[in-house]
Design a protein. Structure first.
Length: 212
C-alpha cells in the first residue's frame, strides 16, 4: 500500500484545517461501498451443496443474505461430484473440474444471469497454479466453488476453531464470491476487506469484515 508523501511544515507556520472540505475517509469508504452495492450486476444466486456438504449451513447462509442485502438466494439439491474431479495422487478435488461440473448441471438460463456457488467439505486445488490448496475458485463471472476443508483450523493449522468462527469464515468466503459475481465489485488490497484478493490462509479471514 502506498503512503502519502510527507508534507514539510516549517516551525513558524501552521497548517489550516478545512473540516468541511473533505469527509473522513472511513465515512467516505462506507458511502462508496453502499453506492456500489446498490448497483449490482444482477441475476439470480444459487448455492449448491456438493457431496455431503450440510444443507443446514446453506439454509443459514440464505437467511443471512436476505436480511442485510435483501437477496433471495436459491438452494439447489445436493450434487454428487463425479469421480474424475478427484485427484487420487493429491487426495484433493480439482477445482477447475468442479466448476465444469457446476456448469453442466446448472447451465445458464436464456433470459437472465445465474450465479452458481458450490460448497464442498473436501480439500481442493487449482489446476495450473502452484498452490498447495485453494479455499475458493471462480471461473468467469458466474461460477464459483468454496472449500471449507481448511476453514476449521486455528494457529499453525493444529487446533480447531470454534463453530462460530468457522461459520463466520464460510460466510466471508461466500460473501466475497457474491460481491465479485453478483455485485460486480473488484477485489481489494485491504486485508480487512471481505473482498481481499490475497488470502494466504484461513486465519486471514478472521481480520476481514463481514460486509462490503
Amino acid at each position: 500500500m502506498r503512503s502519502a508523501s510527507p508534507t514539510l511544515t516549517l516551525p513558524w507556520t501552521r497548517r489550516r484545517r478545512t473540516p468541511h472540505r473533505h469527509e473522513p475517509r472511513a465515512v467516505e469508504r462506507r458511502k462508496d461501498r453502499a453506492r456500489r452495492r446498490a448497483q449490482p450486476v444482477g441475476g439470480r444466486i444459487r448455492l449448491v451443496p456438493l457431496d455431503a456438504f450440510p444443507t443446514s449451513t446453506l439454509d443459514a447462509l440464505a437467511s443471512y443474505y436476505k436480511t442485510p442485502y435483501g437477496l433471495d438466494v436459491e438452494l439447489a439439491s445436493p450434487l454428487t461430484l463425479p469421480p474424475d474431479v478427484h485427484d487420487p495422487r493429491r487426495k484433493q478435488l480439482v477445482s477447475n473440474l468442479v466448476i465444469k461440473t457446476l456448469q453442466m448441471t446448472h447451465p445458464q438460463p436464456p433470459s437472465e444471469r445465474l450465479i452458481v456457488i458450490g460448497l464442498v467439505e473436501t480439500d481442493m486445488y487449482i489446476q495450473g497454479v502452484a498452490w498447495r490448496y485453494a479455499l475458493s475458485y471462480r471461473d468467469g463471472d458466474r461460477y464459483a466453488v468454496v472449500s471449507t476443508a481448511r476453514l476449521d483450523r486455528g494457529c499453525l493449522g493444529i487446533a480447531a476453531v470454534s463453530h462460530e468462527r468457522m461459520t463466520s469464515r464460510v460466510r466471508k468466503m461466500v460473501t466475497k464470491n457474491i460481491g465479485v459475481l453478483y455485485f460486480g465489485l473488484p477485489l481489494s488490497d485491504d486485508p480487512r476487506s471481505v473482498l481481499y484478493g490475497q488470502i494466504g490462509g484461513s486465519q486471514e479471514l478472521d481480520r476481514m469484515r463481514e460486509d462490503f
